[in-house]
Structures are given as C-alpha cells and as structure tokens.
Design a protein around this ligand. Sequence first.
Ligand SMILES: CC(C)(COP(=O)(O)OP(=O)(O)OC[C@H]1O[C@@H](n2cnc3c(N)ncnc32)[C@H](O)[C@@H]1OP(=O)(O)O)[C@@H](O)C(=O)NCCC(=O)NCCS
Length: 218
Amino acid sequence: MHNKRANNHSPSKPYLAGHAVPVRELHSGHRSEILNHLLQLGEEDRRLRFGTQTPDEVIHHYVEGLDFNRDTVFGVFDADLKLIGVAHLAYLPEINGQARAAEFGVSVLPKGRAQGLGTALLQRSAVHSRNSNIQTLYVHCLANNKAMMHLAQKAGMTVEYAYGDADAYLKLPPANPSSIVAEAANEQWADFDYALKENLKLANQAWWWFLGRPGHAR
Ligand SMILES: CC(C)(COP(=O)(O)OP(=O)(O)OC[C@H]1O[C@@H](n2cnc3c(N)ncnc32)[C@H](O)[C@@H]1OP(=O)(O)O)[C@@H](O)C(=O)NCCC(=O)NCCS
C-alpha cells in the first residue's frame, strides 16, 4: 500500500522521481538527530506540530523524554543522512474495554515538503499500528492546519472539529499477511536506501579528501 509516486523528475525533489519513500524506524541512538530536526522547524511549524508556541527548551525536554521502548519513532533521511521527516507514534494508555489507540505527530522540513514524505510517514505509522494490534490511529491538530487536514483526509481519516482544534481518526482493520509483508518490505527498502546513502557519502568524502570539496579552497 505504500507511498506516493509521481511522474515529474527534479533532482532537488528526489521522491517525486517515482521512488517509494524509505521510512526507517528510529532508536535512542537517533535522539540527537531527532533534536536537530525539530530545532530546525520555524516558529509556525512548531506551533502546528505541537499545538502551541514551542521554544527550544521544550523541544529538548520532549526529545529527552522520548521512550523508544514504549513508542515508535519513524524517520526519512535525505542524501546527507540528515533527518528530513520524523513521525512519533505514541501509544495511548490502555483502558479496559476500549479499543487500543495511538496518536500520530509528524514534521517534514520545508525543503522536503510536497514530495509525499508526510504521506509515507502516515502510511507507515498506520501499517505499523495495525500490525501492533492498534485499532484506532489519532491525529490531534489545529483546525487551520490545511496540509495536515489534507493528509489525514487523503488517508481516509474521519475529521472532527471543536474550538479551533481538529481530531482526525482512522479505524484500522486487524493485521493480515499483506500488512505484515508491506511493513517488512518498506523496512528492508529503507535499510537498503540508508546503506546506499552511507556508501555514497563515504565515497564523496574520500574524493573530497583527494580533490578538495567543491567550493572549498584547500
Ligand atoms: C504536514 C506536513 C507533515 C506535510 O508534509 P509533506 O511531506 O509536505 O506531505 P505530503 O507531501 O505527503 O503531502 C502534502 C499534501 O498536502 C497538500 N497541502 C500542502 N499545503 C496545503 C494547504 N495549505 N492546503 C491544502 N493542502 C495542502 C499538498 O498539496 C499535498 O497534497 P497531495 O499529496 O494531494 O498533492 C508538513 O507540512 C509539516 O511538517 N508541517 C509542520 C508540522 C505539522 O503541521 N505537523 C502536523 C501536525 S502533527
């Protein structure tokens, strides 16, 4: 089920070139990269992501508090292995007799937008939730967040508005062999993509060492 494809090719927008977006599951070793990603968000993007004004100290606190054993964090890396998109899937406490639920929060840096990264992170989170026996996926956001509302509706989420906020939710069917294979395939593709970018980066560094980095006098 994964990932947006498009036909036009632009080197600055690699995921519009018809490639599936590789989404990797992150772990605690990625904490500083997640922090760096979030600190790059401007004031308005932070407000849209966290629902309120969010100074640097709050972001530091949020990242320190991420519990990778309890929640799942996904990322998309650019060609320099910098995190260009991050999604946090937070599992909500179980309440007796109620469906298990998770809340989704996402950010994509401005230079990576409109290439399907947000969609891919939402799709991956939905499949992962489904495979983790989660029955409802929520997104809580500001009602004027047009891009997120569009993403949510495109993913088939039902949106309810109240007092300037919006809650979007998606009822997930139980896991089946194809949802498990879909997730495993994306995970493998993301590992392969990361290894490729890592090798390319090392090869570039070796050439820069010999020849000097373009635009940098030695
Ligand atoms: C919301 C966000 C994650 C989307 O990321 P993205 O990588 O650009 O998402 P995609 O490229 O997959 O899709 C964006 C879609 O929204 C649409 N869109 C963008 N801005 C829009 C707007 N102002 N009004 C309506 N639709 C809009 C795009 O056209 C695109 O639709 P399409 O796929 O049908 O062409 C990104 O804008 C972001 O990080 N915003 C700041 C943080 C935030 O708002 N997080 C969500 C709350 S948790």
